[in-house]
Design a protein around this ligand. Structure first.
Ligand code: PLP
Length: 399
């Protein structure tokens, strides 16, 4: 037997294990240190009542002879696909129910979709980036070309006609930088993708955080995108489903390679390798789109938004440059005092017991940046920022 040797080309999953190693080493020396974690992109607010009530009803149904359900459709129950379809209609995006595939979250579909593409395809990925895009393509042995996201382009790289690509990753609003494309930016990408006969894999996991009017929450708000894009969305950050697991992927019929519809291939792939998301979770997900669910979820998102503004206000006071925070739960700051991201990480850990994520973990272009998340509590966020302000004060007195 042989293994897939591409797996040996993967870099060790360095980022979060290295963060944990450094935090544990610090705690070994400082037992009860009041660590505040502002690094990992997991939510802290519980599921909203509309969701838990719907799931409780579904649990009761599953325990009753008349309403028990076994295997469901691999692509998701009709009731949830209808709810997602309606949600898109609010954005003036009209898709058919059979273009929507319910999943157990965006991460698996983002990886699995690559089953449909030849290993000879060339992939265009921004740097810095959500590491899953890179690693899943390394696993398949595809050639990766990076495009620079930088302060100069507002962390929103634009297409370069001289660069060829078959698969293009766009994440907007972006993890880790918090930057979000406007319509004009996405239209340029659609135009480029069509000119190269390429497919855009559009990650909309943070669309619910968009605050600026007019910013697109879906690539399908752009004319022509149905012929060149697949969209992944998730209830993880929208509705606190990181532990519950549900998302959806939209594969339009209009997206074709020659005469072959990607939709048909994806359906074939899913019906072969996937057996659907649990009925109970899909009922919970349906409630996310109900009127009550939407109201309750908005309160949670507003809660995180308040944290983002606590962070950005503090950074303004400290004179630290940052990006994001307005249309995303991530604040991407330029490491101050001439430090690189791991040095800044160590400084925050050792001086103020605050843990964030070094930008170097998201790619070469992240090495001078640092990601803070708005997913903590108000109290911890405010306390962390008070500590940061004191540290900045100390630093400015020294210099
Ligand atoms: N896409 C991006 C950009 C993310 O940051 C994440 C999670 O952090 C995901 C996808 C994965 O989402 P899910 O929990 O639905 O798998």
């Amino acid at each position: 037997m042989n293994i897939n040797e591409n797996y040996l080309k993967l870099k060790a999953s360095y980022l979060f294990s290295e963060i944990a190693r450094r935090v544990n080493a610090y705690l070994a020396e400082h037992k009860d240190a009041p660590i505040i974690r502002m690094g990992i992109g997991d939510v802290t607010r519980p599921l909203v009542p509309a969701v838990t009530e719907a799931m409780t009803r579904a649990v009761a149904e599953m325990g009753c002879q008349e309403t028990f359900r076994g295997y469901g459709d691999e692509q998701g129950y009709g009731f949830l696909r209808a709810a997602v379809k309606k949600y898109y209609e609010e954005k003036n995006v009209f898709i058919d129910e059979d273009e929507i595939f319910i999943s157990d979250g965006a991460k698996s579909d983002i990886g699995n979709i690559l089953d449909l593409f030849s290993q000879n395809n060339c992939v265009l990925i921004p740097d810095p980036v959500y590491p899953v895009y890179v690693d899943t393509n390394i696993m398949d042995g595809r050639k990766i070309v990076f495009m620079n996201a930088s302060e100069e382009n507002g962390f929103l790289p634009m297409p370069d006609a001289s660069v060829d690509a078959d698969i293009i990753y766009i994440c907007s609003p972006n993890n880790p930088t918090g930057a979000a494309y406007d319509r004009k930016g996405l239209s340029e990408w659609v135009k480029y993708a069509k000119s190269k006969n390429a497919v855009i894999l559009f990650d909309a996991a943070y669309e619910a955080f968009i605050a600026d009017d007019g910013l697109p929450g879906s690539i399908f708000e752009i004319d022509g995108a149905k012929e060149c894009a697949i969209e992944f969305c998730s209830l993880s950050k929208t509705a606190g489903f990181t532990g519950t697991r549900c998302g959806y992927t939209v594969v339009p019929h209009a997206l074709k390679c020659g005469d072959t519809e990607f939709n048909k291939l994806w359906l074939r792939r899913q019906t072969t390798k996937f057996n659907g998301v649990s009925y109970i979770v899909q009922r919970g997900a349906e409630a996310v789109f109900s009127e009550t669910g939407r109201k309750q979820i908005k309160e949670n998102i507003d809660y995180y938004r308040k944290n983002a503004s606590i962070i950005t206000d503090a950074l303004d006071e400290c004179g630290i440059k940052y990006f994001g925070g307005k249309n995303s739960p991530y604040i991407w700051l330029k490491c101050p005092w001439g430090l690189e991201s791991w040095e800044f990480f160590d400084l925050l850990l050792n001086e103020i017991c605050v843990v964030g994520t070094p930008g170097a973990g998201f790619g070469e272009n992240g090495k001078d940046y640092f990601r803070l998340t708005a997913f903590s509590t108000h109290e911890k966020t405010a306390e962390a920022m008070e500590r940061l302000k004191k540290l900045a004060d100390k630093k400015s007195k020294k210099s």
